[in-house]
Design a protein around this ligand. Sequence first.
Ligand code: NDP
Length: 448
Amino acid sequence: MALKNQYLIDLMETVKKRNQGEPEFIQAVTEVLETLEPVVEKRPDLVEAGVLDRIVEPERQIMFRVPWVDDNGKTQVNRGFRVQFNSAIGPYKGGIRLHPSVYLGIIKFLGFEQVFKNSLTTLPMGGGKGGSDFDPKGKSDGEIMRFCQSFMTELCRHIGADLDVPAGDIGTGAREIGYMFGQYKRIRNEFTGVLTGKGLTYGGSLARTQATGYGLCYFTNEMLQANGKSFEGKTVVISGSGNVAIYATEKAQSYGAKVVALSDSNGYIYDADGIKLDIVKEIKEVRRGRIKEYLDAVPTATYTEGCSGIWTIPCDIALPCATQNEIDGESAAILVKNGCWCVSEGANMPSTPEAIETYLSNGLLYGPAKAANAGGVATSGLEMSQNSERLSWSFEEVDAKLHGIMKSIFKACDDAAKEYGMEGNYMAGANIAGFLKVAEAMKAQGCV
Ligand code: NDP
């Protein structure tokens, strides 16, 4: 889909010039601007107020040195990032990614997406994202702790419970959040809800661990039902085997689906009888092992090297839950050829523009990441509420609120798509609904 509106064409040119060498960020902005064409036509007041010119530029970008000492006594240096993208509707909120592929462009694309996602949750949260090119794989607990402490030593100057509240993402789970929280508390001498995804003994929320994966299935279930379909008896392929993939598998199975495959960055497993999730949890959550080890417990399953081959497995529903651009045009075409009729995104921007084009032109039900994976940050918002009132809610209470939020997100996407003449295009609906709330707030607050 090419831009037709001259104002948007010029804006996109500026974005490309200003952000050279950051293809993921340019990809994320392009996708949003393309779907905002009808909004620009209908709402010249927002163009007039410079909302779009401002929304594509982060409010603040922080880059810093993260020195730490490894187990051999050698100094290691990583680079840390926090991009505070937009605070029009609330404090900056978004996770911290620890992965060797992290650079400014990745954090910016994630922060940009986060602005719209957080808006869709209906909670008062602005958008931000952070991370480092540190690779947690193969590091000892001591090394992880020293890295996290050094990272927070600088980051603590820039965050706060009413300012910017980071959370987990790839490579940042409960262990890393714990080390970061401890260091923040030590330096600032205050116990506040400055991070979410905390342990249950010190302010974490029940159901936060499950939230992104469960939320993905709640959203997908709404989309299926609205189109006369369901998870019951369907074959599902899920990529990744981390936090999002594990709890998406759990919820899809509870809806009666058969999940037949999971992966990591080395390869994928296929179990025609359905993945035994207790075995996966033991490997990934207890031992921090590799997905290949599933075969030790289930010799009838198969393991294949290379992660993109997972999309050649025939399925009804595909839930990409690993990383950005993991489904390209070619993989999307294979999915369609093999009968897949629904793709719903747990990971952030897992589909390339060519893949999305393939879904839409073949009439697939497509749940875009901004909406479909918003359950994690929504539950982080619920953790912030519990911290503020110094209470903790039961698992059932949080889960019911999460379920309600995911239903309302689907409805907002569906309604916006219909209102702007693109019925069934939930990507356009998500971008428009997410944008409008932030845009109104930015306009109301003047040129800041
Ligand atoms: P985890 O670190 O728990 O798991 C990530 C999984 O994806 C692992 O199996 C990992 O394999 C795989 N993976 C990571 N990078 C790559 C890569 N370059 N190629 C192939 N596989 C890869 O992360 P999460 O489950 O938390 O996050 C998964 C996705 O969901 C990300 O896109 C994240 O931004 C998104 N997300 C997460 C939320 C959350 O609450 N956690 C909220 C909203 C979105 P390996 O172990 O080999 O690296």
